[in-house]
Write a protein that binds this ligand. Structure first.
Ligand code: NAI
Length: 328
């Protein structure tokens, strides 16, 4: 029998946590043969709610679920962790400046990064979902100097999946026949969903669509502002789709991308495509043997260049701001 994989989920009592934990426990995160132990990290006032979720997890009698621990101490929750899903974050509240937001999140992701550094298993893989996800991932990564930097990633898979769905609606081609779509840059309104290298039913997506006005005025803003549209419609932010994207991200990371295809993830830049080294920015990535690799050698046209540069400039500003606050 296999040793269970320890999966630590922060913000476990939140709405994404509620949509995520049951799918992890039923085998969707790592595969149908992999037993898991869940470690739930919450702030003290939310421990009771986390216990309620744990009771429901028990009540599912999931064959793969080998245990649930709950803690408000990152040093305990990340002890022996193989996978860390960093979902809990400090949301922006009315009147909060960006500096305050980054500082509040630094107070969360700094200590969690350090706890990962000191206590996680050697093969730890981290996905940051909590916003601002790219910069929170950067803070956690810089607080974990003993962990290889490429083990820290930020989630843009929800944006990727949203873009595939929009492209499918526009072209009438099923999502399963859309490949090689890319989200570049920051998981924010400046992100750039790129269809110039994408394929729909084996043909180039941009040529098939052949409508730059739709691209600039509909597709890109619809994908980039989808989160706000969900809030407006649902009265609450995306939760099940965000949890689904987190599952997809980790499943792809550990099980690989299909031959000839790629996905999108926020990974540490090696300077590819002019993205400054060390920034955690979204790229087209393949996954193999448990590692993401940035797809190399793509032509970037003028339309794309301007949009990638704008999103990367925002990431640089965020990095400067957290540097100025002494968070990295
Ligand atoms: P939520 O507010 O329902 O839950 C957040 C949970 O985190 C709460 O239970 C809270 O007690 C907990 N928490 C706060 N500080 C913590 C800490 N220091 N340690 C452990 N737990 C802590 O929020 P929801 O809807 O679950 O969203 C979570 C985050 O995910 C938000 O930052 C949201 O903006 C982000 N998000 C990111 C997406 C992406 O594509 N990257 C998509 C959707 C949401």
């Amino acid at each position: 029998t296999r040793t269970p994989v320890n999966v630590t989920v922060t913000g476990a009592a939140g709405q994404i946590g509620y949509a995520l934990l049951f799918r992890i426990a039923s085998g969707h995160l790592l595969g149908p043969d992999v037993p898991v132990k869940l470690r739930l990290l919450e702030i003290t006032p939310a421990l009771k709610a986390a216990e309620g979720t744990a009771m429901e997890l028990d009540d599912c009698a999931f064959p793969l679920l080998k245990g649930i621990d709950i803690s408000d101490d990152p040093n305990v929750a990340f002890d022996g962790a193989n996978v860390g899903l960093l979902v809990g974050a400090r949301p922006r509240t009315a009147g909060m400046e960006r500096g305050d937001l980054l500082e509040a999140n630094g107070g969360i992701f700094g200590p969690q990064g350090k706890a990962i550094n000191d206590h996680a298993a050697d093969d730890i893989r981290v996905l940051v979902v909590g916003n601002p996800a790219n910069t929170n991932a950067l803070i956690a990564q810089s607080s974990a100097p003993d962990v290889p930097a490429d083990r820290f990633t930020a989630m843009t898979r929800l944006d990727h999946n949203r873009a595939i769905s929009q492209l499918s609606k526009k072209t009438g081609v099923p999502v399963s026949e859309i490949r090689r779509l890319t989200i570049w840059g920051n998981h924010s309104a400046t992100q750039y969903p790129d269809i110039f290298h994408a394929e729909v039913a084996g043909k180039n997506a941009a040529e098939t669509v052949n409508d730059e006005k739709w691209l600039a005025e509909e597709f890109i803003p619809t994908v980039a502002k989808r989160g706000a549209a969900i809030i407006a419609a649902r009265g609450a932010s995306s939760a099940a789709s965000a949890a689904n994207a987190a599952i997809d991200h980790v499943f792809t990371w550990t099980n690989g991308t299909a031959e000839g295809d790629w996905t999108s993830a926020g990974v540490v830049s090696d300077g590819s495509y002019g993205v400054p080294e060390g920034l955690i920015s979204s790229f087209p990535v393949t996954a193999k043997d448990g590692r993401f690799e940035i797809v190399q050698g793509l032509d970037v046209n003028e339309f794309s260049r301007a949009r990638i540069d704008a999103s990367v400039a925002e990431l640089e500003e965020e990095r400067e701001a957290v540097r100025g606050l002494g968070l990295i």
